[in-house]
Design a protein around this ligand. Sequence first.
Ligand SMILES: [Zn+2]
Length: 400
Amino acid sequence: MPEHVIRTYKVPVPRGLYPLCSELNKTAARIYNKTMSLVRKIKRKKNFWLSPNTAQKYILRWASSINIHTHSKQAMVQQYFQALYSYFKASKENPDLKPPYKKKNFMPFIWKETAIKLLPDGTLRLSLGSAQKPILIPTRLPANTKIRQVKLVYEDGKYYLHLGIEVKNKRKSNQAGIMSVDLGILRPITCFDGSEVISYHGGVLNSTIRYRNKKLAEFQRALSRCKKDSRRYRKLLKAKRRMLQRAGNKIRDILHKITSNFIGLCLQKEIGTIVIGDVTNIRENAKGNDNFNQKLHQWLYRKTIEMITYKAELFGIEVKMVSEAYTSKECPVCGSRNHPNGRNYRCGECGFSYHRDGVGAINIWRRYLGRKSQVVAVLAPARGVRFNPHLCGHGAVSAP
Ligand SMILES: [Zn+2]
């Protein structure tokens, strides 16, 4: 675990500065676009990718008349190379991908550490180079706060500063609680802490997935009907990609909200270890066996595990994986295997009956503790958490 972690805090920008903000984000986009066209031109004409250092030298010369802090200019060059490198990585798996090519009208303006100063009264001073007055924004941050980076972000018609603040990583949480997690599609997260099962409803998530699949099938049908490489074909393909991207963004957003809420729950319950049933290889009772859905589900599981892991790490909560083979079939009381029927689990041997999703989570919990068979005391009925767009997180992104 790293010794320090960067947490993001949001600070609203006073309205009076909006025109300036819009200018800055336009400037950031200009430098990004210039970097992109330079690198792509060299690639086209000389067939190699320019190194970040060379590109930076060139861009700094080109941008010498733009009055902002030099490190802010460099940050925009770095933004482009980050996008380029993630393309290199992704194109290994998907050779059809294109390197970043879209010109931006606006991009988040970035201040590096050297351009940021926090005055003793909490005022944030952001340098705009020597020829321009700095931006001053009141905050309530203590004077010794270490701000590593500031990003000017436009969200829902408002400007915010995203402050990347360095905080000491809490060494391993000394909380003893153990929370098990059963991942699913109908219920993205079902968890158990030894006494209570809590289950997150996947209503909005599932309707988004259904919508995505329905649209995708429509596109595939339409594509199969027209000639390859015809204009219409290319148009459809483009529309299909756009739809997939949008649906993906929405799904990611929902997962973020659910996982943040889940971490909040773990903090509340003083959990020190999260144990996740490993679904990356197997999936019992996978419904809709087509390859297509399977892939999407695997992606969902992977994303959920990723999000839980990095958010838990911020709070020093450990995350472990255990095999989840048979966890949905085994009876938590007597250990015999039963086929769950519908939404309810009922053991044919001992008569134990419970909500089916809860059984998986209870068994993952037992497996981690190494109790092969242990009588579960009177269980509280499973509690559900419904998704809503304002599902509250754990405050990893919030005004200080
Ligand atoms: Zn039983």
